[in-house]
Design a protein around this ligand. Structure first.
Ligand SMILES: C[S@@+](CC[C@H](N)C(=O)[O-])C[C@H]1O[C@@H](n2cnc3c(N)ncnc32)[C@H](O)[C@@H]1O
Length: 220
C-alpha cells in the first residue's frame, strides 16, 4: 500500500482525499497543505478506517472516542457505521475536524462531534468510559508517551476496547519510541495484535499494525 492510498483530488487551496466505502459514497476528507502532522490522512488512519468496515468490531450504537484524530478519517468512518463518536485532537485541529464532519454528515448513521482533548489533561467530560477508543499513528514523539498513557488509563473501563493502529518506522528514534510505548503500556493493559489477514484486503500493509488493547483485569 502506498502512502495516501485513497484517491487524492486536488483543488488549488484544499487538497481532498476520497476514502472509498463498502457501504456507499466515499468519505470526503479535506487536508491542509500547511500545518502540523494532523493535517493529512496518514496511512495508519486508512488502514484502521477500512478495518472498521470489515465488521470485525460491532460499532452500531456504540460509544467511540478517537484520540489524535487529525482529519477525523477514522472516527467519521465509525460514525457512518452507526457509532456515536467523539473525535478529539488539539485546539488547532478543531476547524479541520469540523469541516470534515460537515462534509460527510449525510453519510453518518450514528453521530459525530469534535472536542479538544490534549493528552495528559483532565478527561472528566469524556466519562463514562467509551466502548471503543481509536488511535491511528499517535505513537511518534517521546514527550507524548506518558501523557498519552495517562489519558488511556483515565479513559478506559474494564470493557473498553482500544484499537491502536501504527506504522512501524525504522528511522531515527522511532523504533525506541515504539518499544518504550509498548513497554509502558503493558504495565496496565493486555495487548493482542490483529493478524494482517483480518485487515481490509486492499488497505493493508506488512508495516502497519493494529493492536487490540484492554485493561488488565484485577486479580482476585
Ligand atoms: C501523525 S498525526 C495522526 C493523525 C490521524 N490520526 C491520522 O492517522 O491521520 C498525530 C495526531 O496526534 C495529535 N496529537 C499530538 N500530540 C497530541 C497531544 N499532546 N494531545 C492530543 N493530540 C495530540 C496531532 O495533533 C495529530 O493530529
Amino acid at each position: 500500500m502506498s502512502r495516501q492510498a485513497g484517491t487524492a483530488v486536488s483543488s488549488l487551496q484544499q487538497p481532498c482525499l476520497l476514502l472509498e466505502r463498502r457501504g456507499g459514497p466515499a468519505l470526503r476528507l479535506e487536508q491542509r497543505e500547511a500545518g502540523d502532522v494532523g493535517c493529512v490522512v496518514w496511512d495508519a488512519a486508512l488502514v484502521l478506517a477500512k478495518f472498521l468496515e470489515t465488521g470485525a468490531c460491532p460499532l452500531a450504537r456504540r460509544a467511540v472516542l478517537e484520540l489524535g484524530a487529525g482529519t477525523g478519517a477514522v472516527g467519521i468512518m465509525a460514525a457512518t457505521l452507526g457509532a456515536n463518536v467523539t473525535v478529539t485532537d488539539l485546539e488547532e485541529l478543531q476547524e479541520l475536524l469540523l469541516v470534515n464532519i460537515e462534509n460527510n454528515k449525510h453519510l453518518v448513521t450514528g453521530s459525530v462531534r469534535a472536542k479538544v482533548l490534549k493528552w495528559g489533561e483532565d478527561v472528566t467530560e469524556f466519562q463514562p468510559p467509551p466502548d471503543y477508543i481509536l488511535m491511528a499513528d499517535c505513537i511518534y514523539y517521546e514527550e507524548s508517551l506518558e501523557p498519552l498513557l495517562k489519558t488511556l488509563k483515565d479513559l478506559t473501563g474494564p470493557d473498553t476496547c482500544v484499537l491502536c493502529c501504527y506504522e512501524q518506522r525504522t528511522m531515527g528514534k522511532n523504533p525506541e519510541i515504539e518499544r518504550r510505548y509498548f513497554e509502558l503500556l503493558q504495565a496496565d493493559f493486555e495487548l493482542e495484535k490483529i493478524p494482517l489477514e483480518k485487515h481490509d484486503e486492499e488497505y493493508r500493509s506488512a508495516d502497519i499494525h493494529i493492536v487490540n488493547i484492554h485493561r488488565k483485569r484485577a486479580v482476585g
